[in-house]
Ligand binder design. Structure first.
Ligand SMILES: Cc1cc2nc3c(=O)[nH]c(=O)nc-3n(C[C@H](O)[C@H](O)[C@H](O)COP(=O)(O)OP(=O)(O)OC[C@H]3O[C@@H](n4cnc5c(N)ncnc54)[C@H](O)[C@@H]3O)c2cc1C
Length: 444
């Protein structure tokens, strides 16, 4: 049996036997010798320690960023790493998932339903968590400097800081034209702006030049908003300004949805370059003239998280993302630093499901390397993706990627890559099930 499948099976059994730790108290965790004691827990209760933090670790790994990629790699390093000491440094004690966050805009989800904490990673797996900003790393003799000035030393660093945005000329107040492309306060703000818009209001949504986070994301948000506008702002309109020449993905379904289903609401323009903006009048100045909206959802062009840039690791995609060896996700600039998730430049999409998969390949490779071995020479990743086409129907796309030794890249396996023909209510339901499973795999 494949080692990772076998170990995933055992971990699932161990996790299911956790009576006390599973719930997560939100309180701080002390690592105490061979057992984990959570502050506030009944000290007479038998400590449940499926994977205790090691007393004499074989190796130390620091993970930077506790999102889809970082949380997953921390968990699986502890499950597969045989006593690797794992410290996860994340700037916020609570993670808000971008996945499904466009449903907040339509009032179908709350922000709290997208919030996850790190209690289970601490209590179930013995991961140390530090909630601080990392301000610098030493990529050669691996160490991490925190905003407080504390320096943490490791054998390897895994960087998973997600994305940051290009500045937009004239956008002095980012809240005037929120991107809501990192779920958080801007998601709430955009929701309020949409609600307050007049019944004949115009929403402008911009699609950045690829590669960007979640290729179908802007189109699925457009479809969702078009359906919401039809119901809630009956004379309203949605102008989609795409920096790309065509739909970046799922062309068949999005073409049909934009033209046939939402044609009365959506106006779609391609190859649009935004030169500058005037936040006061909510106007975008483009190569095709000025476009004004009552609400502007401006999603700027993207690059790897600022720390990747500042550390000199963004050496691919014209200096935007980090080139990595996809056998272990080591940076081609600094081999003891691994970059996973949206910050890395690979042939796979920048998506949460893929971030989870890259994290597992990286964890497995590091476990082998730190035990004196070599990474799996033939990794496989997969991604399921659901796109909301209306407020109650979704399409789906499934892709499988396999390592290609000749190009040293992950290549799609066409026989295992499929998209739905059209959309339906059943897929919308499946989307919820898939989401629960993915988030549990990353955070619990
Ligand atoms: C609207 C929307 C819908 C989406 N829908 C889907 C979907 O249906 N399916 C799918 O697969 N993907 C989807 N995605 C994409 C998915 O959210 C991202 O691809 C995924 O979050 C990437 O994971 P990551 O770990 O690289 O980055 P993130 O999840 O963003 O995590 C990065 C973490 O690093 C932390 N961090 C950054 N810098 C530092 C620092 N210096 N110090 C400490 N911490 C730091 C941040 O606080 C953050 O928690 C969607 C995205 C959006 C915007």
């Amino acid at each position: 049996m494949d080692r990772r499948l076998f170990l995933l099976g055992s971990a699932a059994v161990a996790a299911s036997q956790l009576p006390a730790c599973g719930g997560g108290s939100g309180e701080s965790t002390a690592v105490d010798g061979n057992s984990i004691v959570t502050a506030g827990e009944d000290s007479r209760a038998r400590p449940v320690t499926p994977t205790p933090a090691p007393t004499s670790p074989k190796a130390r790994v620091i993970v930077i960023g506790g999102g889809m990629a970082g949380a997953t790699v921390a968990k699986y390093l502890r499950l597969w790493g045989d006593a690797i000491d794992v410290t996860l440094v994340e700037r916020s004690a609570s993670y808000t998932s971008c996945i499904l966050s466009s449903l907040v805009l339509t009032g179908q989800r709350t922000m709290s339903s997208l919030a996850f904490n790190y209690d289970k990673l601490r209590t179930n797996y013995g991961i140390r968590t530090v909630f601080e900003d990392v301000v610098a790393i030493d990529p050669v003799a691996p160490s991490v400097t925190l905003a407080s000035g504390t320096r943490l030393v490791a054998d390897r660093i895994v960087m998973a800081p997600g994305i940051d945005f290009d500045p937009v000329t004239g956008l002095t107040d980012p809240n005037a034209m929120p991107h809501a492309w990192k779920a958080g306060p801007q998601t709430t703000l955009l929701t309020q702006q949409l609600k307050a818009m007049p019944a004949n209001g115009v929403v402008v949504l911009t699609v950045p030049k690829a590669p960007y986070r979640c290729p179908p994301g802007p189109y699925e948000r457009a479809c969702l908003l078009a359906d919401w506008i039809r119901v809630n702002k009956p004379q309203g309109k949605l102008i989609v300004l795409d920096a790309n020449p065509d739909f970046v993905t799922e062309k068949d379904n999005f073409t049909r949805a934009f033209i046939d289903l939402h044609g009365k609401v959506i106006e779609y323009r391609t190859n649009v370059v935004i030169d500058s903006v005037d936040p006061g009048s909510r106007t975008l100045f483009t190569n095709g003239g000025a476009v004004r909206g009552d609400v502007v959802n401006l999603i700027p062009a993207q690059r790897a998280g600022a720390l990747v840039q500042a550390s000199g690791l963004a050496n691919a995609t014209a200096g935007r993302f980090a080139a990595v060896d996809v056998l272990d996700y080591s940076s081609t600039f600094a081999p003891k630093v691994h970059v996973i998730g949206d910050s890395s430049a690979t042939t796979q999409p920048k998506a949460g499901h893929i971030a989870n998969q890259e994290a597992k390949v990286c964890a497995d490779a590091l476990a082998r390397i730190l035990a004196g071995g070599s990474p799996d020479p033939a990794p496989v990743t997969n991604s399921a993706c659901f796109s909301t086409i209306t407020m109650s129907q979704a399409s789906w796309l499934h892709a499988l990627f396999q390592y290609d030794a000749a190009s040293r890249s992950m290549q799609p396996v066409s026989a295992a890559t499929r998209a739905s023909v059209g959309w339906g209510r059943e897929s919308f339901k499946d989307m919820g099930t898939w989401y629960q499973a993915l988030m549990a795999d990353s955070f619990a």
